[in-house]
Design a protein. Structure first.
Length: 85
């Protein structure tokens, strides 16, 4: 005889939490006007030697062998402190 469990008050949430994490990375094509990714602690976009990390505390880290910004208009850098080299 198996164990009896009480009926859950959140069956849909229970089903989502029970889904296995895929072993393969997820891949998707998005054709909409906007894409929103949300994470509790951190989002990392990585390709080869480059990455963009968004952290919960507001820190954004951009890393790459060469980082380039371009603007046809004003290219503004703002911050409490700005350190160059």
């Amino acid at each position: 005889m198996g164990l009896l469990q009480p009926t859950s008050t959140t069956p849909h949430l229970d089903a989502l939490l029970a889904l296995p994490t895929p072993a393969e990375p997820l891949e998707t094509t998005v054709d909409g006007q906007r894409v929103v990714l949300e994470a509790r602690d951190e989002i990392v976009l990585r390709c080869g030697q480059s990455s963009i990390t968004l952290r919960r505390n507001g820190q954004v880290v951009i890393r790459g062998v060469q980082v380039e910004t371009r603007a046809t208009g004003l290219n503004r850098i703002k911050g409490g402190n700005v350190q160059i080299n």
